[in-house]
Design a binder for this molecule. Structure first.
Ligand code: UN1
Length: 500
C-alpha cells in the first residue's frame, strides 16, 4: 500500500460520522502537480452541506464538552499513534497530491504527529488561574471553556500539518469542528478524518465539507452558529473573512503569508548562510508562508554570497518528489506557474538583475508537471514589487545594504511580518536583531523556515490579526475564558465597596 501510485480517488464529505455526497453532485479533479495527471476528484459542496454539518456539530459538541479533557486528549494520543504507524503511506499520498518532495512530506506528517502528542498533553493542563479575592471568604479563578463550533479553512501547502495545528487544540478544548480543506489537497484531509474515525472520535465532532472558498468557505464564515473561524491563506481572502466576521462579531484567527528575509552580515559564516538560504527559499519550491524570498546582504560580502549561491543552485535537482534524489518538486498548478513567471517579468521591468532561473521548465523530462526554475535576482531595491509582494514560488531577491541598521530597516519595510533570520557571529547584533526584527518568528543562524509546534506560529502586520496557530497560544483561539467567584462568607459582600 505504501508504494501505491494514486489514481481514481474520490473525496466526499464526512458529516455526522458518515461519508456522504452532496445534492450538488459536482466534482473537480485532483491533479498531481508533478505529472499534471488527474489522481481523482473532490466533491464541490453547497451551503446546504455546511448547514447540515453545523446541525451535527451542535448536537455532538454538547456531549463532547462534558467529556473530561484528559479523556478527550487520550483520543489525540491514539490519533498520533495511528499517524506514526501510517507515516510513510501518508507521506507518499502527500507528495502525490501536493508535490513537495518525499523527505519534506515525511517532515510535514511528523509535524502533525508532534502536534497530536503535544496537544494530548494539554488535556491534562488546560491551565486556568486561581487568584486571591479582594474579599474575605471568597474564592476566585479563571477557567477555559469551549467556544462551541469551530470552522477551519486550511491551505494546500501544508495540508496535514496546518489542519492539525487547528483541529487538535479545538478538539482537546471541547469544540466540534467544521473543516474545509483546500480543493487541491483533499486526500490528506480524507486521511486525517479516517484517522479520527479509527481513533474513535464521536460522530459530529469533526465534519469535512469539501468545496470552494466562495461557496463552502463563505457559508462557514457567514453561518451564525459557527463561533470561530481559523483561516490560513492569502491576505486578500483573509481580509474579506475578517470583514464579515467583524460584522458578525465572530472570533477569527488569520495567518496570511509573508515576505520573509534572511539577513547576511559581513561577519556571517557564509557556508552556513548559503545552506540556510537554499533550504528556506527553495524547499517546498518556495511555497511556504515562511519561505525566504529576500536576502538582505551586507555589501562587503554580496559578491561572494552571490557566487556561492549560484554554484550551490546548480546542484539543485528538480523533478517528481517521489524520487528520493530530487531536492525540488513542482509548484502546485498552472496558475501558480503563471503568477510566478509574471513576477519574474515584473522584476526584470523594474530593473532587477536576473542571475539565474526565470523560466517555466517544460523539457520533455518534466512531462505535464508544473516546474519553475529556481530563480535569483540581485541588485533589488527594497521598494520594488518583487521585494514587497508575496510570490509564493522559488524566486529570491538579493537586496544589498551598507549596515546592520539598514538591514533591519529593510527587513521591516514590508507589509508582512511572519519570519526573519540573521546570520552573524556578533552576539550584540544577535540580541539587537531579535529585539528589532518586527516579525512573529525570528531565527539566528538558520533560514526562515523550521517552526516547531510547541511555539506560537504567526506574525505581525499583514500576516495576521494577533492570534497564533500551534503552541499553547492556539488554545486561546478555541477556548473562552470564564471567571468564577465563589463566596463562602454566607453574606452579601460587594466588590470594590465592602473592602476594609
Ligand atoms: C507554512 O508555511 O504555512 O516553519 C507552514 C515551517 C513549517 C511550517 C510552515 N514548520 O516552515
Amino acid at each position: 500500500m505504501s508504494n501505491a501510485v494514486l489514481s481514481g480517488e474520490k473525496v466526499v464529505n464526512y458529516i455526522d460520522g458518515e461519508w456522504c455526497e452532496s445534492a450538488s453532485d459536482k466534482y473537480t479533479a485532483i491533479i498531481n502537480p508533478a505529472t499534471g495527471e488527474s489522481i481523482g476528484e473532490i466533491l464541490l459542496s453547497t451551503k446546504e452541506d455546511v448547514n447540515r454539518a453545523v446541525e451535527a456539530a451542535k448536537k455532538a459538541q454538547k456531549q463532547w464538552a462534558l467529556v473530561p479533557a484528559p479523556q478527550r486528549a487520550e483520543l489525540l494520543y491514539r490519533v498520533g499513534l495511528i499517524m506514526k504507524e501510517r507515516k510513510e503511506e501518508l507521506s507518499r499520498i502527500l507528495t502525490q497530491e501536493m508535490g513537495k518532495v518525499i523527505e519534506e512530506a515525511r517532515g510535514e506528517v511528523q509535524e502533525g504527529i508532534d502536534m497530536a502528542f503535544y496537544m494530548a498533553g494539554e488535556g491534562r493542563r488546560l491551565f486556568g488561574q486561581t487568584t486571591p479575592s479582594e474579599l474575605k471568604d471568597k474564592f476566585a479563578m479563571s477557567i477555559r471553556v469551549p467556544v462551541g463550533i469551530v470552522g477551519i479553512i486550511t491551505p494546500w501547502n501544508f495540508p496535514i500539518a496546518i489542519a492539525t495545528w487547528k483541529s487538535f487544540p479545538a478538539i482537546v478544548g471541547g469544540n466540534a469542528v467544521i473543516w474545509k480543506p483546500a480543493t487541491e489537497t483533499p486526500l490528506m484531509a480524507r486521511e486525517l478524518v479516517k484517522i479520527f474515525e479509527e481513533a474513535g472520535l464521536p460522530k459530529g465532532i469533526i465534519n469535512l465539507v469539501c468545496g470552494s472558498g466562495s461557496e463552502v468557505g463563505n457559508a462557514m464564515v457567514e453561518h451564525p452558529e459557527i463561533d470561530v473561524i481559523s483561516f490560513t491563506g492569502s491576505n486578500e481572502v483573509g481580509r474579506s473573512i475578517a470583514e464579515t466576521c467583524g460584522r458578525l462579531l465572530k472570533r477569527v484567527s488569520l495567518e496570511m503569508g509573508g515576505k520573509n528575509a534572511v539577513i547576511v552580515m559581513d561577519d556571517a559564516d557564509l557556508t552556513l548562510a548559503v545552506e540556510g538560504i537554499l533550504w528556506s527559499a527553495f524547499g517546498t519550491s518556495g511555497q511556504r508562508c515562511t519561505a525566504c524570498s529576500r536576502v538582505i546582504v551586507h555589501e562587503s560580502v554580496k559578491e561572494q554570497l552571490e557566487e556561492r549561491l549560484l554554484s550551490a543552485m546548480e546542484k539543485l535537482t528538480l523533478g517528481n518528489g517521489l524520487d528520493e534524489s530530487v531536492k525540488i518538486g513542482p509548484v502546485i498548478n498552472g496558475s501558480a506557474l503563471q503568477k510566478i513567471h509574471e513576477y519574474v517579468g515584473i522584476g526584470k521591468d523594474e530593473g532587477a538583475k536576473l542571475l539565474t532561473g526565470g523560466s517555466i521548465l517544460n523539457d520533455e523530462k518534466y512531462g505535464n508537471g508544473y516546474y519553475y526554475a529556481p530563480t535569483l535576482f540581485t541588485d533589488v531595491r527594497s521598494d520594488m514589487r518583487i521585494a514587497q509582494e508575496e510570490i509564493f514560488g522559488p524566486v529570491v531577491s538579493i537586496i544589498p545594504v551598507k549596515s546592520f541598521e539598514e538591514a533591519i530597516e529593510v527587513n521591516n519595510g514590508v507589509t508582512y511580518g511572519l519570519s526573519s533570520s540573521i546570520f552573524t557571529r556578533d552576539v550584540n547584533r544577535v540580541f539587537a536583531a531579535q529585539r528589532d526584527l518586527d516579525t512573529g518568528i525570528v531565527y539566528v543562524n538558520a533560514g526562515t523556515t523550521g517552526a516547531e509546534i510547541h511555539l506560537p506560529f504567526g506574525g505581525t502586520k499583514g500576516t495576521g490579526n494577533g492570534h497564533r496557530d500551534s503552541g499553547v497560544q492556539a488554545l486561546d483561539v478555541f477556548t473562552e475564558w470564564k471567571s468564577v467567584y465563589v463566596d463562602y462568607s454566607g453574606k452579601l459582600q460587594r466588590a470594590q465597596i465592602d473592602v476594609e
